[in-house]
Design a protein around this ligand. Sequence first.
Ligand SMILES: NC(=O)C1=CN([C@@H]2O[C@H](COP(=O)(O)OP(=O)(O)OC[C@H]3O[C@@H](n4cnc5c(N)ncnc54)[C@H](O)[C@@H]3O)[C@@H](O)[C@H]2O)C=CC1
Ligand SMILES: O=C([O-])CC(=O)C(=O)O
Length: 311
Amino acid sequence: MKVTIVGAGNVGATCADAIAYRRIASEIVLLDIREGFAEGKALDIMQTQTTLGFNTKVSGSTNDYSKTAGSDVVVITSGIPRKPGMTREELIGINAGIVKGVAENLLAHSPNAIVVVVSNPMDTMTYLTLKATGLPKNRIIGMGGTLDSSRFKTYLSLALDKPANDIQGMVIGGHGDTTMIPLTRLASYNGVPVSEFLSADELAKVSADTMVGGATLTALLGTSAWYAPGASVAFLVDSILNDQKKMIPCSVMLEGEYGQSDICIGVPCIIGRNGIEKIVNIELNEEEKAKFAKSADAVRAMNGDLKSILS
Ligand SMILES: NC(=O)C1=CN([C@@H]2O[C@H](COP(=O)(O)OP(=O)(O)OC[C@H]3O[C@@H](n4cnc5c(N)ncnc54)[C@H](O)[C@@H]3O)[C@@H](O)[C@H]2O)C=CC1
Ligand SMILES: O=C([O-])CC(=O)C(=O)O
């Protein structure tokens, strides 16, 4: 199975590393516009093969899409990351043009690929990719909910002082500092609702920390995060290529689900070899429904900024 990752920067290279090390694909191509950069990252990853024990072929390309031909999955991480104090939404001006051009180039060489969109503002970039390429909605997957849910479970594990892998939980809604919806009501510690162990105030803090999880890291690092984002992409690609049918919150085009249409936003999806195989319609309570509608309003307003690029 072949995976192409466009953007060999922090997230793209980390994701290539995780996919190679975990033997999720047999071949990975990293592509970047920076001369020699993707080749360098690929060679560095290849030189971990004997010490880490994998045989995945990893190669790099400076903007030559012919090397990406026949990919089963393509991942778009190209574009600029935010700096401290910025929102993801502020990246739209530069990233929209990059993502549109990259998606078109990728599909010209891999017409059957499933596309994973990572560049921010991710929900809007997913919508743009869908509209610009005209691909069926099952083949365009926005990655944000995987990461937000892993942050949610990390903060829950810290609050509970219990292992993160004993915790279940999901974040739906937009992938933005104010649009994410950590589903605290449904989160559990080995099947027991976390509300049995944490007070309402403690849960509210976990939720707030999760929502600004990316901003917290950006303030600490000077640029946005990459280890958890890269690992989250690898987790999603694993569910696609190995047809695991995991339920993962992903940004997907809604057609009436959750009361929304003509918008890409995070909801739980079954992810398998056909990409988005099913949207799981979970019953939200009134408060969650109101939050989801507000989140969708914000994402839809951002999509409005794509008018010039899509016309
Ligand atoms: N959806 C999510 O959960 C997450 C999204 N992100 C987003 O992912 C994007 C990448 O972040 P980083 O890897 O940290 O940035 P980075 O700056 O380390 O890497 C971006 C790479 O894209 C390349 N690039 C730019 N234009 C290109 C083009 N036209 N063709 C090919 N390559 C091109 C650059 O040369 C650079 O190497 C950002 O937009 C960031 O906001 C980051 C983390 C999580
Ligand atoms: O915070 C950012 O800008 C990058 C991102 O989407 C994340 O780490 O969640």
